[in-house]
Design a binder for this molecule. Structure first.
Ligand code: ASP
Length: 346
């Protein structure tokens, strides 16, 4: 006999079945709509390793925001001269870190002048997700990070950074010149300025399988900088900008000159007008050069850009800038075009 008790039992069982069924279905296909082929690009040769970790997320249908965070964390973890706690210090010998992150909905977060925290990019993401603010700096950013459970680490310069700093101390010349590639170094080797390694940033932009864009940027800033100096990397619109209708852009090089023209935002606006990523980066680089005049020969600035169609491009002032690209078909370094080619007069 089909009594009320049996009816309740059977409907309970079937609803458990349904829930389980849904759960299994959801686990198998967490992102059912695949609209686009994912793609990730990031600055300099450190980008190759960073892209690999970003791809673990992008390649399995994950969100671009998660990918750009995980990707640059690889570079932050490496004890290198260039990004993270082992990086080139400021002129007083302290490593101070800047980072920013932006998603497909104009959510953004950044930290600047942050000390003794291994993953500034993740703190930037927490600022975005857990505070009503966009930017936290200095001791306030550090207090927030600690409150969020990030351990306070001991600062330890990498061997390269230690060597670079000692070399720099010999003259202690305050010349904030950045990223001019050594003519002798290969296109993908780190730059040297007066014998010192001087690349300090990784910027990454990505599109996920849903066609959403995100970007991240993390740096120890210009090597041997004045204490308290911030560059473009933590400034939304300068070192990084994402407009999900148009594209995603990040910058490297002399931060002051990127800030002056809201560089990454400018590239986005050129793309909105219909320019390709490469043309948009070129126009923006030229704008900086026009403002700087002759002094442009002394600096490097480069942009990498990804548009909504999944097309990528880059442009630099000086030759020698390269970026890493990964899609489901290829994984490679790409040499960017530049306005100046060593001997060129501009
Ligand atoms: N843009 C960074 C800064 O000015 C440095 C770099 O890209 O190497 O802090």
């Amino acid at each position: 006999m089909f009594n009320r008790r049996k009816f309740l039992q059977s409907s309970l069982l079937s609803s458990i079945g349904l829930t389980l069924g849904k759960k299994i279905f959801a686990n198998e296909r967490p992102y059912p709509v695949i609209k686009n082929n994912p793609i990730v690009i990031s600055t300099w040769d450190a980008g190759l390793a960073a892209n690999k970790d970003a791809w673990k997320i992008l390649g399995s249908g994950g969100r671009a925001l998660d990918a750009v965070e995980a990707g640059v964390m690889v570079t932050e973890s490496e004890q290198s001269c260039c990004v993270g706690l082992g990086a080139n210090p400021d002129r007083d010998g302290f490593v101070t870190l800047d980072a920013s992150i932006m998603d497909e909905n104009f959510n953004c977060g950044s930290v600047a002048f942050l000390e003794r925290i291994k993953h500034p990019i993740s703190v930037a993401r927490r600022v975005m997700e857990k505070t009503p603010h966009v930017m936290l700096v200095g001791s306030g950013a550090q207090e927030f990070a600690v409150a969020e459970g990030f351990p306070l680490e001991e600062e330890k310069l990498s061997d390269d950074a230690e060597k670079n700093y000692k070399e720099w101390l010999k003259k202690s010349e305050y010349k904030p010149i950045i990223n001019i590639e050594n003519k002798k170094s290969s296109a993908f080797a780190p730059a040297k300025v007066n014998g010192e390694w001087n690349h300090d940033t990784i910027g990454m932009v990505a599109m996920d399988a849903q066609g959403n864009l995100s970007g991240s940027c993390t740096t120890s800033g210009m090597g041997f900088k004045m204490r308290g100096r911030l560059g473009d990397s933590p400034i939304i619109g300068a070192g990084l900008f994402v407009d999900n209708e148009v594209g995603a852009v990040t910058a490297t090089g002399q931060g002051e000159d990127v800030i002056r023209i809201c560089g990454s935002h400018t590239v986005i606006e050129f793309m909105r007008q219909g320019l390709s990523p490469e043309e948009a980066c070129k126009k923006t680089v030229e704008r900086i050069m026009k403002i700087k005049g002759e002094a442009a020969k002394q600096i490097q600035v480069a942009f990498i850009a990804l548009n909504k169609k999944g097309q990528v491009g880059a442009y630099a002032i000086q030759k020698g800038f390269s970026y890493a690209l990964k899609t489901n078909k290829e994984e490679k370094m790409v040499s960017a075009k530049s306005v100046l080619n060593g001997s060129d007069k501009w």
